[in-house]
Design a protein around this ligand. Structure first.
Ligand SMILES: *Cc1c(COP(=O)(O)O)cnc(C)c1O
Length: 397
């Protein structure tokens, strides 16, 4: 077993060896700027175009519909701000979900401060939006629907194909933050009628700081980053050649293994969920049992704090998360767990375990063995649990 048991693949993933190998050359031997004329530059231009082709193929897009960015957050910012600015003549209304990643939510809040109106739709108790709610929110001045493909905290997968069909029928642009979905579940931008899609390489065993925005041919969008003529005048800045090469290799490899790996992870995920729920009393699964990312486990334990579980797991060499990495460090409970109806105290006691390609069944068995005693020890110290036990005794006496 690895020294570190890493169950935080939704926060980031380890870069696979084939990717590191493919990238190395572009830091040293082949360092030219793809815009220059000499050979090492032209080699790099070709490498960038190959990466673009690999990314396009993975989501069934055309090569010239892929634009590289510095990650998922930039892609989300660009999609939303860029569309908002380009379709001012049509309206200023945007529809999104209350459980989006902060890269979408904070961008929408920024636009609200600039005079746009945003509808943040609620989700059901499993974290899924009802199509009817989107339908009813659409107005004459709605310019954009932005709905995440899969949630980073509870793993719930939205009905993207149905939303795409609805947006198309109503003539509204449809963006999806697919950062958690790409490389984990099948995506076809044509079949799903997606106009814009955000992705990020470090969530599928590629390097950090590189991502892409898919922009369907014919969609008008203002640039976010101004400067040189890179990315066909839409995204300035010298190309991150090693990053693009790494992203291309990572997406091609994982796409070829997608079905097999999703099956393997779903099996481990279900084993983990079933064991925890049966071994540990007063625990509940957050998110949808079926429409769920293959590697996502999110469980609330009553009477204790997720942060304390993380510290005890860390002592056992296990890396996990108590919500989204972006919110840890703040004491507010996760906006996603509140949105699916959890009261504050239950939201605080939540644990997210996200599995990836480097995890083994042995590691899953290890946490299944360790977790019950950790939860028990924390409950033995918890005044909330003490009260609960006392009250129960009174009731049964
Ligand atoms: C990680 C993540 C992002 C941000 O991507 P970065 O590449 O880290 O900027 C956006 N949305 C979701 C759903 C994510 O999981």
């Amino acid at each position: 077993m690895n020294d570190v048991v890493y169950f935080d693949n939704a926060a980031t993933t380890r870069v696979r060896n084939e990717v590191v190998e493919a990238m190395t050359k572009y830091f040293s031997e082949s360092y030219g700027n793809p815009s220059s004329v000499y050979k090492i530059a032209q080699t790099n231009k070709n490498a960038v175009e190959k990466g673009r082709e690999q990314v396009a193929k993975a989501i069934n897009a055309e090569k010239n519909e892929i634009y590289f960015t510095a990650g998922g957050s930039e892609a989300d910012n660009w999609a939303i701000k860029g569309i908002a600015e380009s379709y001012l003549d049509k309206g200023k209304h945007i529809i999104t979900l209350s459980i989006e990643h902060h890269a979408v939510l904070h961008t929408c809040e920024y636009l609200e401060s600039k005079g746009f109106e945003v509808t943040y739709l609620p989700v059901d108790k499993f974290g899924i939006v009802e199509l009817e709610k989107i339908k009813n929110a659409i107005r004459k001045d709605t310019i954009l629907i932005s709905v995440m493909f899969a949630n980073n905290e509870i793993g719930s997968i939205q009905p993207i194909k149905e939303i795409g069909a609805l947006a198309k029928e109503k003539g509204i642009i449809f963006h999806t933050d697919a950062v958690q979905a790409v490389g984990h579940i099948p995506i076809d931008v044509k079949e799903m009628n997606i106009d814009l899609l955000s992705m990020s390489a470090h969530k599928f065993y590629g390097p950090k700081g590189i991502g892409a925005l898919y922009i369907k041919k014919g969609i008008k969008i203002k640039p976010l980053i101004h400067g040189g003529a890179q990315e066909r005048n839409r995204r300035a800045g010298t190309e991150n050649v090693p990053g693009i090469v790494g992203m291309g290799v990572a997406i091609e490899l994982i796409t070829n293994e997608l079905d097999k790996e999703a099956k393997r992870l779903s099996f481990l995920r279900d084993k983990l969920i079933d064991s925890i729920l049966s071994d540990i009393p007063h625990s509940r699964l957050n998110g949808d049992r079926k429409n769920r990312l293959p590697g996502n486990v999110n469980i609330s334990f009553e009477f204790i704090e997720g942060e304390s579980i993380l510290l005890m797991l860390d002592m056992k060499g296990i890396c996990a998360s108590s919500g989204s990495a972006c919110t840890s460090g703040s004491l507010d409970p996760s906006h996603v767990l509140l949105a699916i109806g959890l009261p504050h105290e239950k939201a605080h006691g939540s644990l997210r375990l996200t599995l990836g390609m480097f995890n083994t069944e042995e590691e899953v068995d290890y946490i299944i063995k360790e977790l019950p005693s950790i939860v028990k020890r924390l409950r033995d110290m918890s005044p909330l649990y003490e009260d609960f036990v006392k009250n129960k005794q009174i009731v049964t006496e």
